[in-house]
Design a protein. Structure first.
Length: 343
């Protein structure tokens, strides 16, 4: 696929379309000539009359963009309280799971035992990953909640909010409203963190950056693949915007190093995300900031990739060695317990 993607492109897109149609989702990123443009995420859907955006949450009606969900008043969202330190992708360097950020951004000089992360799950996405581990949101009938209701889940023992999903991108207006309300109303530390595919437009990127920078939170971006062809194959969309967003954020990472503002991760999908992919991602990160924390994650079969094996120990260690060899100083293998597991 890396070498000859033109040959594979139609087949790959048809596969994504098939399963998106099955789940009642718009099948392609709409690009109607003279359509209404949605600028919330990097897909920049151009919607023809009564057409829905790729995430399924925007519809063009009467020449205007109608937000079906994802406003401050209502979003497809749910949440739970997760005891700290949690198995967050950044817990090895962030203020909630490590000794960084204390005392300005953390309640304790180590993992914050006795405190909680409010995990806010958004039920929509701008990508279409075949290995999605949270794919259940695609078919479930969700209830909607306002930003105020979500912010009220922040108690005195909540030290961080993490917006994830799906992806927080398509409903970022709700997430930002939640973060602002919660920070206004809570006394003490409240870090604002994001776990995202990075497919965000500049306007909202600047806003999420501001919330995380000033609260001690971390923006965690998953780079699915270096090759655009493989990103299309695995996730149904381009990775160009994600890489632009990472470049932009890492140029600003020096504004707050403790705890790190940006953490990057990559899922080691067997047969797709090999050491060559990881080397290219790592070289890109090292050229921007060699101290960028980079987490390589073990893959477990999920969603439409249940016929795949788990990441092997050898695969993970090869990738780790490649990432270190190009100059990254902070790389680790996450989800080690999944490596080589027999499913
Ligand atoms: S949020 Fe993204 S995927 Fe959804 S309609 Fe807007 S541009 Fe398209
Ligand atoms: S949500 Fe943020 S502060 Fe909390 S554990 Fe995760 S990265 Fe750390």
């Amino acid at each position: 696929m890396r070498q000859d993607f033109d040959k594979w492109f139609d087949e790959v897109i048809r596969l994504h379309e098939h399963f998106r149609a099955r789940d009642g989702l718009p099948t392609r990123v709409p690009k109607a000539r003279d359509g209404v443009v949605c600028k919330i995420c990097g897909n920049h859907c151009r919607l023809g009359a009564e057409e829905a955006g790729y995430c399924g949450l925007r519809i063009a009606s009467g020449g205007k963009l109608k937000l079906v969900s994802g406003t401050a008043r209502r979003a497809r969202v749910s949440w739970y309280h997760d005891r700290l330190p949690t198995n967050c992708v950044a817990d090895w360097v962030c203020a909630g799971g490590s000794d960084s950020g204390y005392p300005q951004y953390s309640y304790s000089p180590g993992p914050e035992y006795g405190y909680y992360n409010l995990a806010v799950f958004y039920e929509a996405c701008s990508f279409d990953c075949l290995f999605c581990q949270n794919w259940h949101y695609r078919s479930q009938v969700s209830s909607e909640h306002s930003a105020r209701e979500t912010a009220q889940a922040v108690t005195d023992r909540v030290a961080c909010i993490c917006f994830f999903g799906g992806d927080p991108g398509p409903q970022v207006i709700h997430a930002l409203a939640t973060a602002r309300l919660a920070r206004r109303e809570k006394w003490g530390i409240l870090r604002v963190c994001w776990e995202t595919n990075g497919n965000l437009s500049d306007k909202y990127l600047d806003s999420i950056l501001k919330e995380s920078l000033t609260s001690g939170g971390t923006i965690k971006i998953d780079i699915k693949a270096w090759s655009e062809a493989l990103n299309y194959a695995l996730c149904g969309t381009s990775n160009k915007r994600t890489l632009e967003v990472v470049a932009r954020l890492l140029k600003l990472a020096g504004q707050r190093r403790d705890p790190p503002l940006v953490v990057i991760s990559t899922l080691l999908v067997p047969g797709y995300v090999d050491s060559r992919e990881v080397r290219s991602v790592a070289r890109f990160l090292a050229s921007l900031d060699p101290d960028t924390p980079y987490s390589l994650l073990g893959f477990a079969p999920n969603f439409l990739m249940t016929d795949m094996p788990a990441t092997s120990l050898q695969h993970a260690e090869e990738c780790l060695a490649e990432a270190k060899a190009v100059g990254l100083t902070r790389v680790r293998i996450g989800n080690r317990h999944l490596l080589g597991k027999d499913y």
